[in-house]
Design a protein around this ligand. Structure first.
Ligand code: SF4
Ligand code: SF4
Length: 670
């Protein structure tokens, strides 16, 4: 009786304190901006099943994935033991024995998972001190937190087996428990009620302590990772799209995020869900090449700031040194934010569906639009965009130059010209597709050859294609990723007007950045387009027999995945299958390829910024490409081509190794 009363008091106190912590947590997260994350419930449930319960993303690293899977499922199975123990607190000798034969299955599973969790925790503890993987090498506070949690789990298992063994010795155990029986055999004797009580109380107190420690620890992810996965927009929104700012909303005090109130509640929840596993940092090109940026830190700083500022705001406190600080500058520096290439590798790896990139760009938006705080070289880029409608200083009329050159080449070769300038055609009706050339495709001397090669492929295949010439403007991606949403939206609106003017519906482009913008982000502004990357387009022309690569090559090739083509748009196969249609062509994969591909260093506007800290990202990638022994590096993006060309120059390999776009490789083989 005394035990039941004492237990009831402890249990009620523990549950009340837990609910109080959760209420506080919710009030802090609610400080973020509102956002609807309850659409498409069916897809959300599928995501939760796959990613949270089956832990599919964790298996990207097999050993760590297996260890976590065991602990997670072990714990879920063992929750029934905890429930049984709680009932035992009120009704001594309580057992779920009444469920019949199923009880033996339950006890056998508990024994099995209990032992598995015990050994996995021992192994995980050892990994914190011996042969620690780089991603788990964290500061003392973080490591102590992880060790404390692991020790708690270990003692929960020890006390569970201790109580079970004593029950067996005392003769009131039910079900089939081979491991507990084995332990009872080792202990021997006729059992002790005192030892049973010590184990039982130890077990239940650590469980309740664990529950109440969670909201204050990085292991809060035990509670928040399932909701965070459910609330993520994976397969609901298009991948890696930025949310537009409504500049007509006069209530907006800030553009972008300066502090936690400017982020959405989901971005704050991301902060609380980070497990500090370091998987994002382990793949971050900026971090790996010595820059200050650490995506894990970006997320954990959002949590730290929310935990520091949230209680003050919720309590209505107006004067406090913490309130004089801001997330950007005091918790996250400009230097970190500008180092991001928006490659999306962090997002791809995160097992709990955290989206680092949108938070980083939100903060860049504030720096750019509210503070004009950006690297000085971006002044020229923004000026060029404003005056010349492209990041470069070329006048818009020069967008017609390659068209004139191509027209002349076709005429010299005596071929019918399939290219139509939209200003002459008047409408896209009757054309097969519009070729969106992009700024690099029109202005960059080296890349103009790619534009002409692709135009030649289409011409040979009998495709009638339109081009906008000087009516085409930058798609807006560079300005958008650099935080200049205002400028980006101007381009988007102007391009949409042009698309509407000519009734353009189908677009093909060689630039993955143009592809991503036109295909996935223009719809936010009311323009739905069917956009294809040239690698897919060429692949289709070959499979339809409209062109046939015939000239043989003896060269060894390696293919570099563009982040905006691969991770952003899941286009991994068509560039490879297209290349493999060239007779004799062999592809050697780089160590990091496909969805684990390593960025060239140009995304997110980094193409136009100086890179003065650490090793250059493009050099790191070029070295990886050179290690394959390939003599040609194939790319499918103008930025990647520029970065890899610079990398080859840096390694003094220009005579031995060539960089070619897949359009050039196919055109040469026709
Ligand atoms: S997007 Fe790429 S560069 Fe930016 S933080 Fe993530 S991994 Fe690092
Ligand atoms: S953000 Fe995701 S991948 Fe990065 S440390 Fe946190 S949980 Fe791990």
């Amino acid at each position: 009786m005394i035990k039941s009363i004492l237990f009831a008091v402890i249990l009620i106190a523990a549950v009340l304190f837990f609910l109080y912590s959760i209420k506080n947590f919710l009030s802090y997260v609610k400080l973020g901006k509102s956002e609807n994350r309850l659409n498409n419930i069916k897809q959300r449930l599928i995501n939760t099943l796959n990613i949270a319960f089956l832990q599919t993303k964790l298996f990207r690293s097999r050993l760590a994935g297996f260890l976590h899977f065991c602990i997670y499922w072990g714990f879920l199975t063992l929750s029934l033991v905890i429930l049984e123990s709680i009932f035992e607190g009120f009704f001594p000798n309580f057992s779920f024995y009444f469920i019949g034969k199923l009880y033996s299955v339950m006890t056998l599973t508990q024994d099995f998972f209990g032992a598995l969790v015990f050994f996995v925790v021992l192994f995980s503890l050892a990994r914190r001190y011996i042969a620690t993987p780089k991603r788990l090498q964290v500061g003392a506070a973080s490591r102590n937190d992880a060790v404390l949690i692991l020790l708690m789990i270990l003692f929960i298992m020890v006390t569970m087996f201790g109580a079970n063994a004593e029950k067996i010795l005392l003769g009131f155990s039910h079900g089939y428990r081979p491991i507990s029986n084995f332990i009872a055999g080792i202990i021997g004797g006729s059992g002790s009620h005192t030892v049973f009580e010590i184990n039982w109380w130890g077990h239940i107190l650590i469980v309740l302590g664990f529950l109440n420690y969670l909201p204050y620890s990085k292991h809060f992810h035990v509670l928040s990772s399932v909701p965070n996965t459910f609330l993520s927009n994976f397969k609901i929104d298009k991948k890696n799209v930025l949310k537009p700012i409504n500049f007509e909303d006069e209530t907006l005090e800030q553009y972008g995020a300066k502090d936690i109130e400017d982020l959405s509640w989901k971005q704050l929840l991301d902060g609380y869900t980070c497990t500090e596993c370091g998987r994002c940092t382990e793949v971050c090109p900026a971090n790996l090449t010595g820059k200050l940026l650490n995506p894990k830190k970006i997320v954990t700083q959002i949590r730290k700031r929310t935990m520091a500022k949230g209680p003050l705001v919720v309590a209505g406190i107006e004067k406090h040194p913490e309130l004089d600080k801001t997330l950007v500058h005091d918790y996250i520096t400009q230097e970190e934010l500008w180092a991001c290439t928006t490659c999306g590798a962090c997002v791809e790896e995160c097992p709990v569906m955290i989206d680092h990139v949108t938070s980083i760009v939100e903060m860049r938006r504030n720096l750019t639009m509210m503070e004009s705080a950006f690297p000085p070289e971006l002044n020229t880029v923004f000026k060029n965009l404003e005056n010349n409608e492209s990041p470069w200083a070329f006048p818009p009329e020069q967008r017609n130059d390659w068209i004139d050159e191509f027209t002349e080449e076709m005429s010299k070769e005596g071929k019918d010209l399939k290219l139509k300038k939209m200003s002459n055609a008047g409408t896209a009706d009757g054309l097969d597709v519009l070729f969106w050339v992009g700024c690099a495709g029109a202005f960059d001397n080296r890349y103009k050859n790619v534009t002409k090669s692709f135009a030649k492929i289409m011409n040979n295949a009998g495709i009638t294609f339109g081009v906008l010439g000087s009516e085409e403007k930058c798609n807006g991606d560079t300005a958008r990723r650099l935080g200049n949403e205002f400028l980006a939206q101007q381009f988007i609106q102007q391009n949409i007007e042009t698309f509407k003017k000519y009734n353009i519906k189908k677009v093909v482009t060689a630039c993955p950045h143009c592809l991503h913008s036109l295909k996935n982000e223009y719809s936010q502004f009311g323009m739905e387009l069917e956009v294809t990357h040239h690698s897919e387009f060429i692949s289709k022309l070959i499979s339809e027999g409209k062109i046939k690569p015939e000239k043989k090559t003896e060269q060894k090739y390696t293919y570099h995945d563009s982040c905006y083509l691969g991770r952003y748009n899941n286009i991994y196969d068509s560039p490879r299958t297209t290349l493999l249609t060239v007779p004799g062509l062999e592809i050697v994969e780089m160590e990091r390829s496909r969805d684990k591909g390593f960025c060239c260093g140009a995304g997110g506007g980094r193409m136009f910024m100086e890179e003065t800290v650490g090793k250059r990202v493009n050099v790191e990638r070029t070295e990886e490409a050179l290690n394959t022994g390939a003599t040609t590096i194939a790319s499918a993006c103008p930025f990647c081509m520029t970065m890899l060309t610079d990398g080859i120059k840096d390694k003094e390999k220009t005579d031995e190794v060539k960089i070619k776009d897949i359009a050039e490789i196919i055109a040469e083989s026709l």
